[in-house]
Design a protein around this ligand. Structure first.
Ligand SMILES: [Mg+2]
Length: 224
């Protein structure tokens, strides 16, 4: 047993993903991808992607303007259906209350649109600042939005935890920026062997926001 005190890493801010992290996942992403890409292209992309993931926005950006517009309209429809059924993730309010009580900064990065973030803020009653949406380019998994939040806060990336439910967007963005990353995996879907060899692995994995709350309290020095 070591007599030296354990030195905990200092965390000064937490950056959240929105859909599937702060809100209950309601968007049927596979259905949305099929509607945008067509079934054949959808299955081709899935088959050639090592982790079975699709970066739909990235695909669309390479299309012609009218094809792009149609794709964005389909996505907007799916996102609207998601907004109509918007629910705050269990544990989110407790967690944010806890972060408030410790004066820990809260930011948000989403690939969803700004109007969705505005609606979320209205419903949730607690604010995240900065809250960067799809209009901020380049978006996740690029580290740019997270680095932007760190510089706005005046904190180092390694003093920030990025939490989200997407390995390819949230964890990749966080790792590339040099932040501490936590994957929210409610159903254990990332335990599948197909994710064993991904480039960016999370530092921590939790199955609920309540578990993330405990992790923050027990593992880090939360000093703003
Ligand atoms: Mg998400």
């Amino acid at each position: 047993m070591s007599l030296q005190p354990t030195i905990k890493s200092r965390i000064r801010g937490v950056v959240f993903d929105m859909d599937g992290t702060l809100t209950v996942p309601v968007i049927d992403f596979p259905a949305m991808y099929k509607a945008v890409l067509g079934k054949d292209q959808y299955f081709n992309i899935i088959a050639s992607s090592p982790s079975g993931g699709i970066d739909i926005l990235h695909h669309i950006e390479q299309w012609s303007p009218d094809k792009q517009q149609k794709a964005y309209e389909i996505i907007a429809d799916f996102e609207q259906q998601g907004l109509d059924r918007l629910q705050i993730m269990p544990g989110a309010e407790d967690l944010c209350g806890f972060l408030n009580s410790r004066n820990i900064r809260r930011g948000l990065i989403t690939r969803n649109v700004k109007s969705a973030v505005d609606l979320f803020h209205e419903k949730f009653g607690m604010s995240f600042s900065p809250a960067l949406s799809r209009e901020f380019r380049p978006y996740k998994p690029d580290p740019a939005p997270l680095l932007h939040i760190c510089s706005t806060w005046g904190v180092e990336p390694n003093e920030v935890v990025m939490i989200g439910d997407s390995l390819k967007d949230d964890v990749a963005c966080g790792k590339r920026a040099g932040a501490v990353t936590c994957l929210l995996d409610e159903t254990g879907r990332y335990d599948s062997p197909k994710y064993a060899n991904v480039e960016h692995k999370p530092d921590y994995k939790v199955s609920s926001l309540a578990q993330f709350h405990s992790l923050l309290e027990s593992t880090f020095d939360l000093t703003p």
